[in-house]
Design a protein around this ligand. Structure first.
Ligand code: ARG
Length: 471
């Protein structure tokens, strides 16, 4: 029988595949995205075949030229690939080579398998995608650091359980998000490092019979090293899973940032001002400005966590070496990457454009309830055991509530009934400024500690840029 252009098997088959199965089987609609990596892999392999004595230099040159043409056409004529019918990316490229070069085009597949090719393509994709996303995460971290710098010194009500807890600097809050994103970027780099092993030479799974120089192929493609076992090389996708986990965690961190910004921009808080450029209106309610950018960012978390689960379950229990199940690795990875990458870009823009209502933040920080811990500390400094001091201040808060005043507005004689340790000067010791200043350990909210966090954030950004230049 004769098979169509780009069909890579058929000798032992009679008749064409079932039409519905042919469509089910085809991955071209999504693996075509890997074309640039496939072409690079092909180019490197052609050089390997020269060394193995299968191709002459001149033939490899013609193949390289044809590969370049394919890449160029795909770039300049985007509709082209939409019209192509192919089982997969590999069949597509081979079909194009044969069309351009005749039998020479059919020589390139000597000694290799699609199984190692797709593993190489996907590793190259993960490396490029994770690196590019690291850049976007860096932009987001920089936007947070810049806002932290701009509003340095501004206090806000710090909360636990969404209840007023202790005062902090607004910059301290912003930088808390930066910390998580820095770790996300580091996790993405870890995924790059896991993907940085070249599987070419693994063959279908048992290893290639050709005397190709695997290390040279790896260098050619920018891999740091070669894979160590050919079954593992074609059969594992742990590097993709690591990338997906980093993406999912980044999505979760983005969703938490979104949650905070949505809350702080609600009129009840009124601490942040939504930027027009990242908000939408209502078709019915003329007054509305909605935080849709942040809501969509938060909403992406579901599909990204789903993608991670999809690949986890796909890999579970797979026999060693290549199984076709592995074709299912690509769409969740691509989808998660696309959406997290877009969400990161939007988050960076929205953070940078968000306005800050300093008065509202200061007003929130002025709540005397935020100083209760410091009042207890005041008593401790004058000899009271902490548990007793805690009890005294708790009772003062209750007494204030009973009288309808803030606890720190109770007359001194009343306070001294609760504890004679209170001195007339206690109000000068227990202040918002002091409460912030006193938390001066590294990582704390004191201005010097927060300044150090901004510095370390900037140092991290410089380190990441250097790592990406060198990695
Ligand atoms: N489309 C396949 C994948 O994504 C490529 C490898 C195909 N190998 C095979 N033996 N059918 O995994």
């Amino acid at each position: 029988m004769t098979m169509g252009k780009g069909t890579l098997w058929g000798g032992r088959f009679e008749g064409a595949p079932d039409e519905a199965f042919r469509r089910f089987d085809s991955s071209f609609a999504f693996d075509r995205r890997l074309l640039p990596y496939e072409l690079a892999v092909d180019r490197a392999w052609a050089l390997g075949l020269v060394e193995a004595g299968i191709l002459s230099r001149e033939e490899a040159g013609r193949i390289a030229k044809a590969l370049e043409e394919i890449g160029l056409r795909a770039e300049t004529d985007p509709g082209w690939l939409d019209r192509v019918e192919a089982e997969d990316l590999h069949g597509f490229v081979e079909g194009e080579l044969v069309e351009r070069l005749g039998p020479l085009g059919a020589k390139l597949h000597t000694g290799r398998s699609r199984n190692e090719m797709i593993a190489a393509d996907l590793r190259l994709f993960v490396k490029a995608a994770a690196r590019s996303l690291r850049g976007r995460v860096g932009t987001l971290v920089a936007a947070l650091a810049t806002q932290a710098d701009c509003h340095f010194g501004l206090p806000m009500a710090g909360m636990t359980h969404l209840q007023h807890a202790q005062p902090i600097l607004f910059s301290h809050f912003l930088l808390s998000h930066a910390e998580g994103f820095e770790r996300d970027a580091d996790r993405l780099l870890a995924a790059v490092r896991s993907a940085d092993f070249c599987p070419l030479g693994a063959g279908a799974f048992a290893g290639s019979t050709l005397p190709v120089d695997r290390a040279k192929l790896a260098r050619e493609l920018g891999f740091g090293a070669i894979t160590g076992n050919s079954l593992d090389a074609v059969g594992d996708r742990d590097f993709a899973l690591e990338c997906l986990f980093a993406l999912a965690l980044l999505a979760i961190h983005l969703s938490r940032l979104a949650g905070d910004f949505i809350l702080l921009a609600s009129p009840e808080f009124g601490s942040l001002v939504l930027p027009d450029a990242f908000s939408t209106g209502s078709s019915m309610m003329p007054q509305k400005k909605n935080p849709d950018a942040w809501e969509l960012i938060r909403g992406k978390t579901g599909r990204v966590a789903g993608a991670l689960f999809a690949l986890l379950v796909t890999l579970k229990g797979l026999p060693s070496s290549y199984q076709r199940d592995l074709q299912e690795d690509k769409e969740p990875l691509f989808d998660a990457y696309d959406h997290v990458s877009a969400a990161t870009e939007i988050a960076a823009g929205a953070v940078a454009a968000t306005g800050v209502n300093a008065e509202r933040l200061r007003a929130g920080a002025a709540d005397p309830a935020l100083l209760a811990t410091d009042a207890a500390d005041y008593l401790v400094a004058r000899g009271l055991p902490f548990r007793q001091a805690h009890e005294v201040v708790g009772a003062l808060v209750k007494e204030g509530e009973r009288r309808g005043v803030a606890w720190n507005e109770l007359p001194l004689d009343v306070m001294r009934q609760f504890s004679p340790v209170f001195e007339p000067d206690w109000q000068r010791a227990v202040t918002l400024e002091a409460a912030i200043e006193r938390r001066s350990l590294p990582g704390g909210t004191a201005p010097a500690a927060v300044r150090a966090q901004i510095e370390s954030c900037r140092a991290w950004l410089a380190r990441q840029a250097a790592e990406d230049a060198g990695a």
